[in-house]
Design a protein around this ligand. Structure first.
Ligand code: GRF
Length: 194
């Protein structure tokens, strides 16, 4: 496998809306581990997203955009992505749905992490649904983004067991832990083809 090092790393933008633990993990992996990306930009749909602090702390440009007016926000986003020569967009807890035309502009270059074993439990409240349906397993999936919600081609998936004593809270904790393992792995897997 070809390793992307130094300035050959892929210019990457991460889109967030909240806590930003996946963002923080990707920043860490891109600096300390051999993750072939350089995060140049963080876009947040929430002004007060905690994740924006990780951008600031690491001297990464962090921008808040109001996606309630999606077409203006997407236009602005596209402008910055082009300006920064972004080759990969990682959605990490980004709670807005991107338009078909935005996705097509970056076809095959937008990926997302979702807290379930897709195609099961697209959308919100995945852990609640897992418990309600007495699933024996759950997990997380990294997938390409297409115009349908949580439906693009799967890049990587990891499973965990659901125990009888598990709650939404304990599942969320366990799933987040595996998310931090698989997001960097998924990026390594696709990077050479971008
Ligand atoms: C993650 O569980 C991810 O799967 C989902 O939103 C959560 C984001 O967490 N899409 P964080 O903001 O990265 O901590």
């Amino acid at each position: 496998m070809v390793k992307l090092i130094g300035k050959n790393k892929l210019n990457t933008a991460v889109f967030i809306s909240g806590r930003g633990s996946n963002l923080n993990n990707l920043i860490y992996s891109s600096k300390k581990q051999n993750l072939p990306i350089k995060i140049l930009l963080v876009i947040s749909s929430k002004k007060k997203a905690k994740g924006l602090n990780y951008a600031k702390k690491n001297n990464i440009k962090g921008i808040y955009l109001n996606f309630n007016n999606r077409s203006i926000a997407e236009k602005e986003t596209l402008k910055i992505l082009i300006q920064k020569k972004i080759k990969l967009v990682c959605l990490a807890g980004f709670m807005k749905i991107l338009s078909k035309s935005f996705i097509n502009n970056f076809k095959g270059k937008i990926i997302n992490i979702h807290p379930s074993l897709l195609p099961k439990y697209r959308g919100l409240n995945t852990h609640k649904k897992v418990i309600k349906n007495k699933e024996r397993f759950t997990g997380s999936t990294v997938h390409f983004v297409n115009e349908n919600l949580d439906s693009g081609k799967i890049i990587i998936q990891k499973k965990i067991k659901v125990l009888k004593k598990d709650t939404i809270f304990t599942i969320a904790k366990k799933v987040l832990k595996i998310e931090h393992q698989i997001y960097p792995k998924a990026i390594k897997k696709i990077a050479v083809n971008l």
